[in-house]
Design a protein around this ligand. Structure first.
Ligand SMILES: *Cc1c(COP(=O)(O)O)cnc(C)c1O
Length: 229
């Protein structure tokens, strides 16, 4: 691993961690209550290994097969890794996802819940689960509609015995993120859901002000992705 690359990655991470700490302090929150999820999709191996060398242990991926290729061997080398699926999951990939990921942040439909329950029984492990909420009600975006969230969370608990750990959202790119983060926090509070996955490179400090317990940061940590996600 080149010294220059390592230096670049160390300083990028230090800056993000410092900004999270400042945002947390400004919001009267404990810095330790915000987890940094390094979004490693599409990044080259040398950048992943440099990030691992900084001590960063929580990573987010948005595709099951790509994540398997990147993490299966590294997982054995770093037993304290935490892998989170933050992209849409097809039911027919549920088994692979349950085998690999510690957290699945994109539960948003009954068919997927059934597949995850089945896969968890077969694999003998249940990932921690987040419900994705489509706060901007965008056609093309995954997630349950805000007005359906309460009933969906209740059904997940009642019908599948899932302990819903958190909620996740991806606000519309062209809108201010704050109102979307506030909406997600409100839905979580009224449903007794503890964790909030919100905020990306462009808006993670705002997310921390609105109560994010994890932020998903890719390009601000690794540099721009060379291929589309
Ligand atoms: C790619 C991705 C991110 C990270 O995006 P950056 O803008 O590079 O920080 C966060 N969340 C999800 C769901 C993503 O797909």
């Amino acid at each position: 691993m080149s010294e220059t690359l390592l230096h670049e990655i160390v300083s990028a991470r230090t800056e993000v961690v410092t900004r999270i700490a400042a945002a947390a302090k400004g919001a009267g929150r404990d810095q330790a209550s915000v987890a940094l999820v390094a979004v490693s999709k599409v990044q080259p191996d040398e950048r992943i290994d440099a990030m691992l060398a900084t001590g960063q242990r929580i990573y987010g991926e948005n595709r099951v097969q790509e994540a398997e290729a990147r993490w299966t061997l590294r997982r054995a080398a770093y037993p304290d890794l935490e892998l989170r699926l933050i992209g849409p999951l097809q039911s027919n990939k549920a088994r692979e996802a349950v085998a690999l990921f510690d957290v699945i942040e994109t539960l948003d439909r009954t068919k997927l819940a059934i597949a995850l329950a089945d896969a968890s029984a077969k694999e003998g492990r249940t990932p921690r689960l987040y419900v994705q909420v489509n706060t901007g009600e965008e056609e093309q975006k995954a997630g349950v509609a805000p007005q359906d969230a309460d009933a969906f969370i209740a059904a997940m608990r009642r019908d599948y015995g899932f302990a819903i750990e958190g909620l996740m959202c991806i606000p519309p790119a062209e809108e201010p993120a704050g109102p979307h983060f506030a909406l997600l926090a409100k839905i979580a509070a009224r449903n007794g859901v503890a964790k909030l996955s919100m905020g990306m490179s462009a808006d993670y400090e705002i997310a921390v002000m609105f109560g994010a317990t994890s932020v998903r940061v890719g390009s601000a940590l690794f540099g721009a992705r060379s291929t589309a996600p």
